[in-house]
Write a protein that binds this ligand. Structure first.
Ligand code: SF4
Ligand code: SF4
Length: 356
């Protein structure tokens, strides 16, 4: 060892031992599990989910995409925020306490997390989110398998410069492991069988990344994603919104599976004597019919086409104007999971570009 260990090599066997060591030290590790064995759909080639890992054998690093993004660990689908009691009159905020290692996060999902970090640290800060984020270690991995509907290579999301603690790239016999933070550097010390990466191995990493990017180019935007904010200007009345949304079930799946969607609803559960209760939040989605409903029953987006259009504007223009990010990282989850196959941003944006 020695030298600059910003780029290290870890043998495959060493990685196995590394995961075992993390577990032995009682860390909570979540990672990607291949769920094909539990699929009940004949001929299903399988699917992947993030779940707790109890042994290194349970972890898969060669996945294409997971059903739900890792945002579920930073912004849980259900999260209690506080409890209150009128006698003796107390309010107690719930604070996230668990330390978590998320092992195996693709660059596009890390970019989505970086976007959420920006949103939730903007005043008024979201302390629950920020506390979880602080307690979460992210070990990234470059994709080797490409999901059939992925288009991250078109969205500038094939690699990521920061937001991870460690980043792994499978270069065949071993992994290149990039250190992205102090936390990552101290984790690396725990990993057996590591050494500094040789220049040829770093080149090999570039090659692996370029090849993956080329394969992902099978689905692509016909123009630069940075043109999206201006492309959407003046397209509010385009026929595509009515035409496509005719098939929309308003199920909200495209929101829930999206790594850059972070909207939530806050509710109170109050005891029957109105003396105590709790406040919690749950995921919400702008495609759900009551999302923009207000007191008195008014609904700012009561029509399906308005909700459908809103999502594309949010991805391509609204978040960019507020935070400087295009809020689609090309994971392809919405495209793959929409029951009507109308949620694919590539299909909508390319058609708007063609002007038909
Ligand atoms: S809009 Fe679709 S493709 Fe883009 S980040 Fe969200 S789920 Fe992924
Ligand atoms: S997943 Fe498809 S059907 Fe469901 S709300 Fe989104 S666009 Fe509509």
């Amino acid at each position: 060892m020695g030298g600059d260990m910003n780029l290290a090599i870890i043998e495959k066997e060493g990685l196995h031992l590394f995961v075992a060591e993390l577990l032995r030290r009682k860390n909570t590790v979540v990672g990607v599990k291949d769920q094909s064995a539990v699929s009940s759909i004949p001929g299903d080639s399988g699917f992947y989910t993030y779940a707790p890992i109890n042994s290194p054998e349970e972890l898969t690093l060669s996945f294409d995409v997971t059903l739900i993004p890792p945002k579920k660990y930073l912004l849980p689908a259900y999260e209690q925020l506080l409890t209150f009691n009128l006698s003796p009159g107390s309010i107690k905020a719930d604070a996230p306490k668990e330390e978590l290692i998320v092992f195996g996060v693709h660059p596009y999902d890390i970019i989505a997390i970086n976007q959420m970090d920006k949103v939730f640290s903007t005043v008024p800060q979201d302390n629950h989110y920020l506390e979880r984020r602080k307690r979460t270690t992210i070990i990234g991995v470059d994709p080797v398998k490409i999901a059939p509907r992925a288009f991250w290579s078109s969205m500038g999301a094939d690699t990521v410069a920061g937001g991870f603690d460690l980043m792994l790239t499978d270069i065949g016999q071993c992994y290149v492991m990039e250190v992205g933070s102090k936390k990552g550097a101290s984790l690396l010390k725990m990993a057996p069988k590591t050494r500094e990466a040789a220049p040829a191995e770093v080149k090999e990493r570039d090659k692996v990344r370029t090849e993956a990017r080329k394969r992902c180019d099978a689905n692509r935007l016909s123009f630069s994603y940075l043109e999206l904010p201006s492309l959407l200007d003046g397209k509010e009345e385009h026929v595509i919104w009515e035409e496509k949304s005719h098939l929309c079930f308003s199920c909200g799946t495209c929101n829930l599976v999206c790594p850059t969607c972070y909207c939530f609803d806050v509710r109170d559960d109050v005891s029957i004597d109105l003396k105590k209760g709790s406040r919690y939040r749950t995921w919400d989605g702008c495609l759900l019919s009551d999302f923009a409903q207000v007191a008195g029953g008014g609904n700012f987006r009561g029509h399906r086409a308005d909700r459908y259009r809103h999502r594309f504007y949010r991805k391509g223009q609204f978040i960019y104007r507020r935070f400087g990010d295009i809020a689609c990282v090309g994971c392809g989850r919405c495209s793959a999971q929409c029951p009507s196959d109308i949620a694919d941003p590539i299909a909508v944006f390319n058609r708007l570009k063609e002007g038909i």
